[in-house]
Design a protein around this ligand. Structure first.
Ligand code: FAD
Length: 349
């Protein structure tokens, strides 16, 4: 009998598996290895200051410190570079945005992330930046597709991973254990992203899925080794002259597939900032497990004490998952209370 079954090996299930592994617990991760999921197409950015209004990410100081140490430890264990500091230059779109930034810079709370009032000017021959931009410090990025693949292989080699689609109807739950197609465990944790909408135990949680689309483009003669953020994000993507361009955010989508609407929104954003030629190589879409109130969904079912969920990471899974996977592990193993902001008790009782 395993201590835990984890359903889903996206960023959420992966980090949970990591902390249970660190704690010496036995578990089996089940994942359908879908070709596309948000975790597989994310740009992997950990960004402390986001949004038009330049708002510090919720719990940024704690999340970033924890993400840095966790991904560093995973890199070491998997013996593969996966996580690196990322320079972000965000472009101003007006004098007003320059003024807003200047106000933020004067706040102590923002000083670790925003630079001392230095306006950055990028080469106007390649980038349209009439107002210049500014640097965001403290950001990083995870090579998520590589991370998921390497961790899957690692778990597989420890008999901690099995591939296949989890069928909810086949789960049997008793007071002391769960059983799925002959696999027994003391506890099951669902980390299946937006597929949770089909999960009979948790489908009534207030998910507000948001589709995201991105492009992979070839831009020759564009010597920028850092991320540029304007209407779109332009991010060097691990191969010479290849860039990730993202991402749309659409809460009113008809299907999860790449759309002409998403592509043209990204192209419009790219053409507004880029002054050189480019070629689109690929176009992806996936649906983020976002939630009303924008806080994770973590906790145990009110009736079934061995059925839990780790979900709702929304637009920030790479930043949130390390801290909250550890937080949830401490709760499951030692009974430390969950933060009320993330506990599913706020919706289920
Ligand atoms: C275009 C785009 C860009 C993004 N950029 C960023 C970014 O830069 N930084 C950031 O922090 N976040 C970003 N995000 C958000 C981030 O991707 C999500 O927060 C995160 O991936 C959610 O991870 P998850 O593990 O909860 O869900 P998922 O990624 O959906 O993982 C769920 C896993 O469970 C599997 N699964 C589902 N149902 C079953 C089943 N029944 N049986 C077996 N397996 C199942 C799926 O195949 C998948 O592997 C982006 C998202 C998109 C779409």
């Amino acid at each position: 009998m395993f201590d835990f079954i984890i359903v889903g090996q996206g960023i959420a299930g992966s980090l949970l598996a990591w902390f249970l592994h660190q704690a010496g617990k036995s578990f089996l991760v089940m994942d359908d290895s879908a070709a596309i999921s948000p975790s597989r197409i994310t740009s992997g950015i950990v960004n402390p200051v986001t949004g038009r209004r330049l708002v510090k990410t919720w719990l940024a100081d704690e999340l970033l410190t924890f993400a840095d140490s966790t991904y560093a430890a995973i890199e070491k264990e998997l013996n593969t570079p996966l996580y690196e500091p990322l320079k972000i230059v965000r472009l101003f779109d007006s004098v007003k945005s320059q003024n807003d930034w200047s106000v933020r810079c004067s706040s102590d709370e923002y000083s670790p992330y925003l630079d001392n009032n230095t306006v950055v000017h990028l080469n106007p021959k390649t980038i349209n930046n009439p107002f210049g931009g500014f640097e965001i410090k403290g950001a990083s990025r995870l090579h998520t597709s590589l991370f998921l693949e390497k961790l899957k292989n690692y778990l597989r080699s420890n008999q901690q991973f099995t591939e296949g689609k989890f069928a909810y109807a086949e789960l049997e739950v008793t007071d002391s254990s769960v059983s799925y197609k002959g696999v027994k465990a003391r506890h099951i944790i669902f980390a299946e992203g937006t597929q949770a909408l089909q999960n009979p135990y948790f489908s009534n949680l207030p998910f507000q899925p948001a589709k995201g689309e991105c492009l992979l483009v070839h831009i020759p003669d564009f010597p920028h080794s850092f991320m540029i953020k304007s209407e779109v994000t332009i991010l060097p993507f691990y191969e010479k002259d290849i860039y990730y361009v993202g991402a749309t955010h659409d809460a009113f989508f008809e299907n999860p597939f790449p759309s002409e609407k998403g592509k043209s929104e990204l192209l419009q954003g790219l053409q507004a900032v880029l002054k050189c030629t480019f070629k689109v190589l690929d176009h992806w879409a996936a649906v983020r497990p976002a939630v009303k109130g924008r806080r994770p969904l973590i906790g145990t079912h009110p009736q079934f004490k061995n059925v839990s969920i780790f979900n709702g990471l929304g637009t920030k899974g790479v930043s949130l998952a390390p801290f909250f996977a550890n937080h949830f592990t401490q709760h499951l193993l030692h009974g430390t209370p969950l933060m009320p902001e993330v506990d599913i008790k706020r919706f289920l009782s």
